[in-house]
Write a protein that binds this ligand. Structure first.
Ligand code: AMP
Ligand code: MG
Length: 403
């Protein structure tokens, strides 16, 4: 059986092979968060565009502003003022943060280190040329590459685009991910469940995980454990870029997802992974669509999505697959698990004096979503390390929305 990292590598290899870059779309910057940039953005002018004061104080010629010297203040410059006149020798100008230094000045003296008497300003400390301003062009020159294609647009990237004058951006379309839960016991969350029904929480968590990963969820509701209903709904799901199913991939008599997909011509790249939770996870393609069958237990669904579906969404978004967010931490209490599978155990990571400590939480197994609420990560117990002592260093997979 494949290890989770070998299974993940297979997803990356197959998704890369089948990804045909979607035509880029133009989006206003306000709608581009989380998209992958499809064009190169260059800086339109020098940054900063003028010598920009970083302090409130006085613009001076440094040689005239030694400790104990005085200068006459002849005016003030605030942010946004047009500054063309040269600083006259023997004078200084009051200047505000963000304002342009006047020609002829080469330093700003912070107001805190001056005394003022009428229009005479005395300096209390030595003044160095270049202090307290950012020189014109020191951050970027006109024509520099500000943002490269393939970059994921976060808030800082959008700010740079805005700064250099791009109010719209060419981006890759987000991949659409069809979400289909399965199970005769699964009912819509708006229904009152019968005594043996389960509300469809997986479709909700999967849609949220798709959005966090940079995809666009296309929820298709639930299919009954019947060949006709499953095939009809899978067919609809295959119109999207990726189809993610939950449930129906175990060994039970009514676990029909794999056989129905097979009947529709699907090819599988794996149909089990050596992990718990999540062992029955399947990945394949049907025509030119990628298909994931994730086990239906809610925590299995969440973990296998993070391990296997996220890299496929990355690639179909036009990005490099993100590395798994694995950290190292000191284990608080001993852990004992069955060997042979890599275990992902809901856990709480905390920092004490910048060192990461992790404590595995009590849980009732992969149906226990409430344990994941307390958790900000999963301790990864390797297949060959079933007995780990307190104080040992362990690998931890962060829960990507909270850590
Ligand atoms: P399965 O993978 O179909 O064998 O389902 C395993 C367990 O997950 C069962 O206890 C199901 O009731 C539960 N389950 C399956 N689908 C969902 C869903 N959409 N939402 C919440 N729980 C589910
Ligand atoms: Mg089922």
């Amino acid at each position: 059986m494949l290890t989770f990292s070998a299974a993940r590598d297979l997803v990356i290899a197959q998704a890369s092979r089948h990804f045909a870059s979607h035509p880029a779309i133009s989006l206003p910057v306000s709608d581009a968060l989380g998209h992958i940039l499809a064009e190169e953005i260059r800086t339109d002018r020098e940054y900063p565009p003028f010598n920009r004061s970083t302090r409130d104080g006085y613009a001076v010629h440094s040689a005239e502003a030694a400790a104990g010297r005085s200068l006459r203040c002849v005016g003030e410059i605030k942010a946004g003022d047009c500054v063309l006149e040269r600083l006259v020798p023997g004078t200084c100008i009051q200047i505000m943060t963000g304002a342009a230094l006047p020609p002829g000045s080469d330093a700003v003296v912070m107001i805190e280190f001056t005394r003022r008497d009428g229009d005479i300003v005395s300096f209390e400390r030595a003044t160095q040329a270049g202090q307290n301003f950012v020189p014109q062009g020191s951050e970027a020159h006109a024509g520099d590459v500000a943002l490269s294609p393939g970059l994921r647009l976060g808030f800082a990237e959008l700010a740079v685009a805005a700064q250099v004058g791009h109010s719209t951006l060419r981006c890759h379309r987000k991949p659409r991910v069809a979400i289909l839960s399965t199970g005769d016991e699964v009912v819509p969350i708006t229904d009152i469940p019968g005594p043996f029904h389960i509300r469809n929480s997986n479709s909700v968590s999967l849609a949220a995980q798709v959005q966090l990963a940079g995809g666009e969820p296309a929820p298709l509701g639930n299919a009954l454990d019947r060949v006709d209903d499953l095939s009809a709904k899978i067919e609809v799901g295959l119109r999207e870029d990726i189809l993610v199913l939950s449930g129906g991939v175990s060994m039970g008599k009514y676990d029909l997802v794999e056989s129905v997909l097979k009947g529709m011509g699907a090819e599988f790249f794996f149909d089990a992974v050596a992990i718990r939770p999540g062992k029955p996870a399947v990945f394949g393609r049907c025509g030119d669509r990628l298909v994931f069958g994730l086990p239906g237990n809610p925590v299995s669904t969440m973990v296998t999505f993070q391990l296997f579906v996220v890299p496929a969404i990355d690639i179909l978004s036009g990005a490099q697959p993100r590395a798994l967010p694995l950290l190292e931490a000191t284990l608080g209490e001993p852990v004992k698990e069955k060997p042979g599978l890599t275990h992902f155990l809901p856990a709480q990571l905390t920092w004490h004096s910048s060192r990461a400590h992790v404590r595995v939480l009590r849980w009732q197994g992969s149906g226990d979503i409430s344990a994941v609420i307390q958790a900000n990560c999963f301790v990864v117990v390797p297949a060959d390390r079933h007995d780990i002592q307190a104080g040992e260093t362990v690998s931890v997979l962060s829960r990507s929305d909270v850590l």
